[in-house]
Design a protein around this ligand. Structure first.
Ligand code: PLP
Length: 392
């Protein structure tokens, strides 16, 4: 049988095809408008077609889109300095940046760096229910055995411990083979899971005690989304390595791996690379995104909008809890109807997604307005009212 789509079937058949975006809105091929409370999975934090980013991309495309990393370009250094400024403020330490094109590649860089820093140690400890990417190494770091099953054998050197269980980490760190601990401060794809206060600090201390790197995956949580520039600031952590992607280009594919100076120094020419990483077009988007985020005080935007959205969600029929921080929120439902509810929400003009059978994820742009939040809460309220009636 000839497949109906020329695309590999790695994603479910889409229900809608979007052709345009404006701020918090998406428009489909029939001209219907939707409120985008997913932001391309926490990517378009400044909204669609943000003018500063559009202008930067357009003018860079007319000047120089791409040049090999065998040569310099005028943008990668300044963008790395901007990122390092934010991370130095947050950690008290300066570092260096490697640019790539996605979250998985940022974590791949972190994993290679950890092995390079500590010859003889190769194990990366990560947590169950984490998500770190889909390349083989980052899939191996991802703590979801069901996702490993079709691709066995997984690369060696990855150990998973239950999220929140510090005793299990201490056991995993015994034996002297662990190069790094890798963690999301809030597990996003895994269900918007926020650990108990103190767990992440204990994790950092445990890693330091055995001389392993403490690496934080801020690919979904970073750049203002949780109400601070980085989610690790909530417990005043000082990670050695931080990975970023998603919001960094506001839709242009850009990933970054930042490491403290002395850690970054382990890489020498030839150790790692990427044809597109740090190219001018991507860097123009990243620079405009970061500068605009800094101008707008992106974390403060997320905090303000979070209070309104959280309160609105808590009042809805069928919502028993709201997890997360800032604008990385999970509405926990009293019944496992999240998949049906998100499909109904889409039909009603609201884009969200289900991260668990009973959890709906909401990651609107940080620039979302109060009226847009009211509208989204109203749509979700009527969808949940129907779902709860249908299933209860
Ligand atoms: N790490 C986290 C925390 C993520 O949420 C994701 C993507 O959802 C990734 C890594 C992988 O990023 P990418 O899909 O850009 O490779």
């Amino acid at each position: 049988m000839i497949p109906s789509s020329p695309l590999m079937a790695t994603y479910p058949t889409p229900l809608v095809t979007f052709v345009q975006g404006e701020g918090s809105r998406l428009i489909d091929a029939d001209g219907s408008r939707y409120l985008d409370f997913l932001s391309g999975l926490a990517v378009t934090s400044l909204g669609h077609a943000r003018p500063e980013v559009v202008t930067a991309i357009a003018s860079q495309a007319e000047t120089l889109s791409h040049v090999s990393n065998l040569f310099g370009n005028e943008l990668a250094g300044p963008v790395a300095a901007l990122l390092d400024g934010l991370l130095a403020d947050a950690t008290g330490t300066h570092g260096k940046v490697f640019f790539c094109n996605s979250g998985a590649e940022a974590n791949e860089c972190a994993i290679k760096l950890a092995r390079r820093v500590s010859p003889g140690r190769h194990v990366v400890v990560s947590t169950l229910d984490s998500f770190h990417g889909r390349t083989l190494a980052t899939l191996a770091a991802t703590g979801q055995p069901a996702k490993h099953a079709p691709f066995q054998p997984m690369p060696a050197g990855f150990v998973h411990v239950p999220f929140g269980d510090i005793g299990a980490v201490e056991t995993a760190l015994e034996g002297g083979e662990v190069a790094a601990v890798l963690v999301e401060c809030i597990q996003a794809e895994g269900g918007i899971n926020v650990p108990e206060r103190g767990y992440l600090s204990a994790l950092e201390s445990a890693a330091r005690r055995v001389g392993a790197l403490f690496m934080v995956d801020e690919i979904q949580t970073g750049l203002g989304r949780t109400g601070s520039w980085f989610a690790f600031q909530d417990e005043a952590l000082t990670p050695d390595v931080v990975t970023l992607a998603k919001a960094l280009g506001n839709g242009m594919p850009v990933g970054a791996c930042w490491a403290r100076d002395d850690v970054a120094a382990a890489f020498t020419p030839g150790d790692h690379g990427s044809t597109f990483g740090g190219q001018p077009l991507a860097m123009a988007a990243a620079r405009a995104t970061l500068e605009t985020m800094i101008d707008l005080d992106a974390p403060a935007l997320a905090s303000r909008a979070s209070a309104q959205l959280t309160a609105g969600l808590r009042d809805l029929e069928g919502v028993v809890d709201v997890r997360g921080r800032g604008l990385l929120l999970g509405a926990v439902l009293s019944q496992p109807v999240a998949v049906a509810a998100t499909a109904a929400a889409l039909q009603a003009g609201l884009v969200v997604n289900a991260v668990r059978p009973d959890v709906i994820r909401l990651t609107p742009p940080l620039t979302v307005s109060a009226d847009e939040i009211d509208e989204a809460v109203m749509i979700l309220g009527s969808v949940l009212h129907e779902q709860m009636g249908a299933d209860g």
